[in-house]
Design a protein around this ligand. Structure first.
Ligand code: GDP
Ligand code: MG
Length: 163
């Protein structure tokens, strides 16, 4: 069986954008579990001849801060349970938020290997914005940009190295 990689993070950091970049047209299953989570989407990714399953934990609908925290937690916990490795995604443009800290705490408990990807590093200037995320405690943050296709290879390389 392929190893499973879950993309986890608060809404709007760019998880689905990166998911689509990773899978290209290799969308595997679209799952809809009413009442629990919406549309956890599975695809197949490939890097240097190794293939892996990837889960996008998107599709979260939110109506307020409490709901954000609740649905982020539920989505992430289900994906984390299944995953062999996790891409924890945050947003360089927005900077660190309380929801990021919330997700981080879940990941400490999960004790699974985590790569910290800082998305929306669209230009060199923003590369400086990745360092505040060191404090999340997952080692070197990797700057990426889904919009510009930057750093995704480096991120997948790091994921392969922890599997
Ligand atoms: P998700 O909620 O985490 O799945 O985030 P989405 O993939 O839906 O993206 C949220 C928003 O961020 C969308 O408007 C995207 O176009 C935008 N976005 C995604 N990646 C990037 C990026 O690398 N740079 C910038 N500037 N915007 C991005
Ligand atoms: Mg999404």
């Amino acid at each position: 069986a392929r190893p499973i990689v879950a993309i986890v993070g608060r809404p709007n950091v760019g998880k689905s954008t990166i998911f689509n970049k990773i899978i290209g047209d290799r969308l595997a299953i679209v799952e809809d579990k009413p009442g629990v989570t919406r549309d956890r989407i599975y695809g197949v990714g490939e890097w240097m001849g190794r293939s892996f399953s990837v889960i996008d934990t998107g599709g979260i609908e939110v109506y307020g801060e409490d709901e954000i925290l609740k649905s982020v937690r539920m989505q992430a916990e289900l994906a984390i349970e299944e995953a062999d490795a996790i891409i924890f995604m945050v947003d360089a443009k927005a900077g660190m938020t309380p929801s990021d800290t919330e997700v981080a705490q879940m990941l400490y408990r999960a004790q699974k290997p985590v790569i910290l990807a800082v998305n929306k590093v669209d230009n060199m200037k923003r590369q400086d914005d990745i360092y505040e995320f060191y404090s999340l405690g997952f080692g070197d943050p990797i700057g990426i940009s889904g919009a510009h296709g930057i750093g995704i290879g480096d991120m997948l390389e790091a994921v392969m190295n922890i599997l």
